[in-house]
Design a protein around this ligand. Structure first.
Ligand SMILES: Cc1cc2nc3c(=O)[nH]c(=O)nc-3n(C[C@H](O)[C@H](O)[C@H](O)COP(=O)(O)OP(=O)(O)OC[C@H]3O[C@@H](n4cnc5c(N)ncnc54)[C@H](O)[C@@H]3O)c2cc1C
Length: 382
């Protein structure tokens, strides 16, 4: 008997869509991953191919060029990538950006950007973090100053996912620097056209080697007033807060899938590899470790599936979303460590999936709000 981690929300339609996703991941993403890791980004062509196949913005309404599905369609893409350790392209951040536009943008903003994002012609990024502030988002210093019929943006952002390839950046900035939350707004920057915008370094990280996480600079970037997300100043912080359950569930989905992917790779490895005249799989320690990992994977799957189902139903609360982000990312870190250990020295080699998964897992406890911030959020509900 083999242990299966069945996804509870797969109906026939989603399962069929998932087959298309897996085919794309296996035949078009996986073969390019080594090149993307060496280069530091996946390139625009892959984004456009994902758009052509219909994998981007799959839960955005068809009226705006999206797939007209729900979060389950998004989740199967993140799941398929995470199982295979593919962390270069971030369709999740792209989708988060699309949702800011969908949920908070004006009709003109939605019509203008969402179809291009669904086609993969415009890659999305969200620029909150600055060299001087991350967790304390209300303390951002990037300034968007109203001048005439536009805004002039000045500031610096760092650690921005999809930053090098992005065509559209949502910039979190102060329209009123005397206020914290109420002085915060989100401005849309079109990187191809807006003068004064500049990408700095594509950052050298311990993992996510194929991900173009970058520094961004804004020097007197002048944008028309209709680039203010939603058209009203001071709403930025509240816009960011309202979409958090969506973002944190994504991290849970990726963690559960990575755990299952690492488990599968490790089971295959320990059956093959021998020591002291028997397969590594035969040692009691190996069996016990794998039994523990399979149990964690089962619990993770159950909790993540509940969050996905609640999110689709519109009933996922911010506290539970913080819990899934916190718990699943912590488990992911522990499981990657155990699985690497079972690979011995080969587990430390980047050519092995488990080595890359180990390094990639570390960030899951930091981005999307650090796990300490998740505990803050949860403790507010105690
Ligand atoms: C690979 C990668 C991708 C990223 N992608 C993006 C992106 O696309 N867009 C974006 O805007 N940002 C992005 N980030 C930034 C990320 O969200 C921040 O790094 C994160 O929010 C933490 O902020 P910080 O690095 O400034 O750490 P700090 O806020 O300086 O925190 C340092 C430490 O202090 C702890 N701490 C802070 N406040 C508290 C508190 N109140 N209680 C207890 N402990 C606390 C933190 O948990 C952490 O352990 C990315 C980061 C990385 C590394």
């Amino acid at each position: 008997m083999t242990i299966e981690f069945k996804i509870s929300w797969l109906d026939d339609d989603i399962a069929m869509y998932r087959d298309t996703v897996i085919r794309f991941v296996e035949s078009e993403m996986l073969p390019q991953d080594a090149i993307a890791r060496a280069r530091g980004h996946v390139g625009h062509a892959l984004w456009r191919r994902a758009g052509e196949v219909g994998l981007l913005c799959s839960d955005i309404p068809e009226a705006y060029g999206g797939g007209g599905g729900d979060f389950r369609h998004e989740a199967v893409f993140y799941d398929a990538m995470a199982r295979r350790g593919l962390t270069g392209m971030s369709p999740s951040v792209h989708s988060i950006v699309a949702h800011y536009l969908l949920n908070h943008g004006t009709e003109v903003q939605k019509q203008r950007y969402l179809p291009q994002m669904a086609r993969g012609e415009l890659v999305g990024a969200i620029a909150m973090t600055e060299p001087g502030t991350g967790s304390d988002l209300q303390a951002v210093r990037t300034r968007a100053e109203r001048r005439g019929d536009g805004y002039v943006i000045n500031g610096a952002k760092t650690f921005i996912t999809n930053g090098y390839l992005a065509g559209l950046v949502l910039v979190v900035a102060k329209t009123d620097p005397t206020q914290r939350a109420r002085g915060t707004s989100i401005l849309i920057v079109e990187t191809a056209h807006d003068e004064g915008f500049r990408v700095g370094r594509v950052l050298d990280k311990i993992g996510l080697k194929a991900q173009d996480t970058s520094e961004l600079f804004f020097d007197d970037v002048t944008v028309p007033a209709d680039r203010l997300l939603g058209g009203v100043e001071g709403h930025g912080f509240f816009q960011l807060m309202s979409d958090l359950p969506y973002e944190r569930t994504i991290i849970g989905v990726m963690a559960a899938a990575a755990i299952e992917g690492a488990y599968a790779a490790t089971v295959a490895y320990v059956r093959e590899r021998e020591a002291f005249g028997q397969a590594i799989a035969e040692f009691q320690n190996t069996k016990f470790k794998l039994a523990e990992i399979a149990s964690v994977a089962t619990v993770a799957r159950t909790f993540v599936d509940r969050c996905v189902t609640d999110l689709v139903a519109g009933s996922l609360d911010a506290t539970t979303a913080a819990m899934i982000k916190l718990w699943a990312s912590e488990q992911q870190g522990k499981v990657m460590d155990e699985c690497l250990q079972l690979h011995g020295g080969y587990g430390y080699m980047n050519e092995y999936l488990i080595a890359r998964m180990y390094a990639d897992a570390r960030i899951q406890r930091i981005y999307g709000g650090t796990n300490e911030i998740m505990k803050e959020v949860i403790s507010r509900a105690l």
